[in-house]
Design a protein around this ligand. Structure first.
Ligand SMILES: Cc1cc2nc3c(=O)[nH]c(=O)nc-3n(C[C@H](O)[C@H](O)[C@H](O)COP(=O)(O)OP(=O)(O)OC[C@H]3O[C@@H](n4cnc5c(N)ncnc54)[C@H](O)[C@@H]3O)c2cc1C
Length: 419
């Protein structure tokens, strides 16, 4: 779901810092020092926000509209932090004001800590934004950002008084941010942010067209979730590496948990080729806020390829008499690739409030606004949209729907990637 509270909170904290910093500047600071220290403070606050977002706390999911959105904002504030830190570095005055002892100043560790922090921040950002690095390699290197945060905390805490006034009003705000950021850092770096794992056993591995359905049976407690949520799946045994996120495609009431995994890289290929029933799996979750239950009476569910999985769970969970009128637009390359098509048709016939709109690109039918305008009975702006699919498709539709007069608040997306 689109939620903006989180963004407003971040903007509010930055605005508060700026107001306090400019409203109560330390007497002896020259205007340039005030301005450049302010940029450094903003960079630090943004980094703190990025760290807080890596905690995966449920309350943050509520504020930001799900973990996928939290990671998008995490990336955005990380980039902004690096840019403001660079402005701070290049603009801060090098010459010391009269009366400041240059030797005492040179002995303060602030400058080298800041310099190292900035170098690692820029390197870390290049790595973070480089999609060519495989996820399994990228993830450990991204943890270097924890070191950056420690270095930058050391930088401002040890800064000479002429540059940074620790007990000014804005300085106290930074100290509070540092305390929160350090706690959050320990929490996520030591894995305390991962929700408790529930043990499951592999009941079946079903090969579908370019995807694999993994059916899991609970060993103890069942995972409680709402349709559309996802979980991290960790397969026990050699060579399975880190947990991977997958939307739960079964309904909450089912005894088994089902995931439908498209073959994309090494891990998902290994699932298809090597996974056999009987093995143990840890499931961590649930995460996500892609919830259509409370949304408007007329909904469009737009699934591109494997983006069908959140809607599968919703359809499987839906009871007869649901008052919503739903058009499920299902875009696939060709009919043979449209997984669970027979089940979708059967559910649509059984429930009565679902209209299935398949679009196959090999027949020239693409998920485009013009095509939808043709296929849907009412004007586009009368529906509420839920979209999940390849990024170019979702981004393109988002832009075109907005141009067609659909308010952004009525378009909800689920991204199948965190980077
Ligand atoms: C919220 C969410 C829900 C998803 N639901 C589904 C689903 O229902 N069905 C489905 O087929 N796919 C789903 N995915 C995508 C799925 O996680 C990736 O396709 C899978 O992890 C790829 O792993 P790989 O090693 O085979 O491929 P790779 O080629 O190694 O990875 C492809 C891409 O997948 C992502 N990825 C890889 N490993 C991880 C990881 N450990 N953690 C996070 N992201 C990773 C990265 O963006 C990477 O670029 C979902 C992803 C997210 C974020």
């Amino acid at each position: 779901m689109l939620k903006r509270q989180g963004i407003y909170i971040i903007a509010g904290v930055i605005a508060l810092f700026v107001a306090l910093h400019l409203g109560f500047p330390p007497d002896h600071h020259a205007p340039r020092t005030t301005g450049t220290v302010m940029m450094g403070g903003i960079a630090y606050l943004l980094m703190t926000c990025a760290i807080l977002l890596s905690t995966r706390l449920a309350v943050f999911e509520d504020w930001f509209g799900g973990l996928d959105r939290m990671y998008q904002v995490h990336r955005m504030v990380g980039v902004l932090a690096a840019l403001t830190a660079l402005v701070h570095f290049f603009a801060v005055p090098r010459e010391l004001p009269p009366g400041v002892d240059p030797i005492a100043n040179a002995l303060a560790p602030s400058a080298p800590l800041g310099m190292l922090g900035l170098i690692f921040l820029v390197i870390g950002l290049f790595i973070a934004l480089n999609r060519k690095i495989r996820y399994s390699r990228w993830r450990p290197t991204h943890k270097m950002m924890a070191l950056v945060y420690l270095l930058l905390t050391g930088h401002f805490v040890t800064a000479p008084g002429v540059f940074f006034e620790r007990f000014s009003v804005s300085g106290v705000l930074l100290m509070i941010a540092a305390a929160a950021g350090l706690v959050a850092l320990v929490y996520s770096i030591f894995g305390m942010n991962r929700r408790t794992a529930l043990p499951y056993r592999i009941e079946a591995v079903n090969a579908l067209e370019r995807a694999t359905e993994v059916v899991l049976k609970p060993v103890g407690d069942k995972l409680a979730f709402t349709p559309g949520q996802f979980a991290f799946v960790e397969i026990e045994g050699k060579g399975w590496n880190e947990p991977h996120p997958f939307t739960i495609s079964s309904a909450p009431g089912e005894e088994h948990l089902r995931f439908t995994m498209k073959v994309l890289g090494d891990w998902t290929r290994k699932v298809r080729e090597e996974l056999v029933p009987g093995g143990d799996v840890q499931v961590r979750g649930p995460y996500g806020r892609f919830d259509a239950a409370q949304a408007g009476a007329k909904q469009i569910w737009l699934a591109g390829g494997i983006g069908l999985t959140p809607f599968l769970s919703k359809l499987r969970a839906m009871e007869a008499g649901d008052p919503r009128q739903i058009h499920l637009v299902y875009a696939a390359r060709e009919e043979s690739e449209a997984i669970f098509l027979d089940e979708l048709k059967a559910r649509a016939a059984e429930l009565g409030n679902i209209t299935l709109v398949p679009l196959y690109s090999d027949q020239g039918a693409f998920a485009k606004v013009e095509v939808m305008r043709e296929k849907l009975p009412d004007p586009l702006e009368t529906y509420e949209y839920f979209m999940c699919g390849p990024k170019p498709m979702v981004d393109g539709l988002m832009g075109d729907l907005k141009k067609a007069g659909v308010p952004r608040a009525r378009i909800h997306t689920e991204a199948f990637e965190f980077r």
